[in-house]
Design a protein around this ligand. Structure first.
Ligand code: NDP
Length: 446
């Protein structure tokens, strides 16, 4: 088996050796999937995993725009359309200076598995640009979004490819992107998700990824006869996912002790309550400033510059910032300090060595493709409401989100149950693969 896996990886590596994040995401599924594929006659001779590792289409384009000083700026835009076996391409757009093809291919690859787990009819894609919205005026962000969409609009559509937000793309950016699409196409359709409520958005969409991550952690804990109530929770990030993960933890009676951003970690030993969280939302969403400004209002808290939260004592860790933010060393520290549950709100935040360590120590560990799937699931519900021209209530959407997370948990159990441990990663990988692979087999070699 080892040889089959290493032959497969060296074949993938030949084509993608300069794409470390993408290779990491592929490696992360092969140990689970190749033995499963070998054990199932229907997949023999179909080269199915190799086909899943190659994007159906990659679009790269120039994005020119004019800044407030009249200078012409040049960025690079992308859309990776990875797999459309079970539905139109679906996945977010990321605006961050680190964006490159490797990162977007890893995100699009993960998205295929994640979308399959939701059971909704969505294929996988991801896109974005190496544009940094930080320290830009609203006018600059608008002009960038308009220029970006002026190329992207030819490749997307409500039955073709439906982008959403990700790092650096929130409600403001989705608004500008949607406005430009509408102007170019002269039609009002559900081509993007994460829209404002008054113009086709779904209730609970902003909350969905963070809430879903906490629902999934709660499902894992409940299965072991435990719960989040009364537990201390370390959260990284203070963006969309982190904010609503914190809110749901507070609602469920847990104590949130940390949040962070790219400048460092905020530690509040008394717990971040609803009032304190709304101040963080103001600082990050409206003032667009650094999280350490929290200390001006709540001076008993501490700030650790350029540090992540993982060396602080907690029961539950929710990495909600970015990929590879939690190292092997961090995982050792978390385990040493008594952490017993890790659920990924971000995509691939735990490095491979950390994941191995969690499994070895039988820590409850949920990979992002399972635990953060609530965001895209509610995007799927937004698409359904757009085509029905109807809106569900907040409670209805929240209820559907909870049910979807429970079903993802069940799918993980189906293929991930071991003697005295549940390998959620393996469960998620196999369960997601089957649906996509079977659709690809049915559709022939295309
Ligand atoms: P946001 O842009 O809203 O927030 C990102 C947060 O992470 C910010 O606090 C940011 O800090 C911090 N951050 C970014 N890069 C780094 C870094 N290199 N080191 C430390 N902190 C960093 O993004 P989202 O909350 O939407 O996304 C967070 C993660 O969740 C990403 O991995 C994304 O792919 C994933 N995700 C998002 C979904 C969604 O619905 N939005 C759905 C599923 C997954 P600062 O403010 O200083 O930049």
């Amino acid at each position: 088996m080892k040889k089959i896996i290493s032959d497969f990886l060296s074949e993938i590596d030949k084509r993608n050796s300069h794409e470390p994040e993408f290779m990491q995401a592929v490696r992360e599924v092969t140990d689970d999937l190749i033995p499963y594929i070998v054990s199932q006659d229907i997949y023999h001779g179909k080269n199915i995993l190799m086909r899943m590792c190659e994007p159906e289409r990659v679009i790269m384009f120039r994005v020119n725009w004019v800044d407030d000083n009249g200078e012409i700026r040049v960025n690079r835009g992308y859309r990776v359309e990875m797999n459309s076996a079970i539905g139109p391409y679906k996945g977010g757009l990321r605006f961050h200076p680190s964006v490159n093809l490797s990162i977007l291919k890893f995100l699009a690859f993960e998205q295929v598995f994640k979308n399959s787990l939701t059971t909704l009819p969505m294929g996988g894609g991801k896109g974005g640009a190496d544009f940094d919205p930080k320290n830009k005026s609203d006018g600059e962000v608008m002009r960038f979004c308009q220029s970006f969409m002026t190329e992207l609009f030819r490749h997307i559509g409500p039955n073709k490819d439906i982008p959403a937000g990700d790092i650096g793309v929130g409600g403001r950016e989705i608004g500008y992107l949607f406005g430009q699409y509408k102007r170019l196409k002269n039609e009002f359709t559900g081509v993007l998700t994460g829209k404002g409520i008054s113009w086709g958005g779904s209730l609970i969409r902003p909350e969905a990824t963070g809430y879903g991550t906490v629902y999934f952690a709660e499902d894992m804990l409940n299965y072991e006869g435990k719960s989040t109530k009364g537990k201390s929770v370390a959260i990284s990030g203070s963006g969309n996912v982190a904010q609503y993960a914190a809110e749901k933890c507070i609602h469920l009676g847990a104590k949130v002790i940390t949040m962070s951003d790219s400048s460092g970690t905020l530690f509040d030993k008394d717990g971040i309550n609803e009032n304190k969280l709304s101040h963080i939302m103001y600082l990050k969403n409206e003032k667009r400033s650094r999280i350490h400004e929290y200390l001006k209002k709540f001076p008993s808290a501490e700030f650790f510059e350029n540090k992540n939260p993982w060396n602080l004592k907690c029961d539950i860790a929710l990495p909600c910032a970015t990929q590879n933010e939690l190292s092997y060393k961090d995982s050792k520290m978390l385990i040493k300090n008594g952490c017993f549950c890790v659920a990924e709100g971000a995509n691939m935040p735990c490095q491979p060595g950390a994941v191995k360590e969690f499994k070895l120590n039988k820590i409850l560990y949920a990979p992002g493709k399972a635990s953060n799937a609530g965001g895209v699931a509610v995007s799927g519900l937004e698409m359904a409401q757009n085509s029905l021209k109807y809106s569900w209530t907040r409670d209805e959407v929240d209820q559907k989100l909870k049910e979807i997370m429970i079903n993802i948990h069940k799918s993980c159990l189906e293929y991930g149950k071991q003697k005295n441990y549940i390998d959620y990663n393996k469960g998620a990988n196999i369960s997601a693969f089957i649906k996509v692979a079977d659709a690809m087999l049915a559709q022939g070699v295309v």
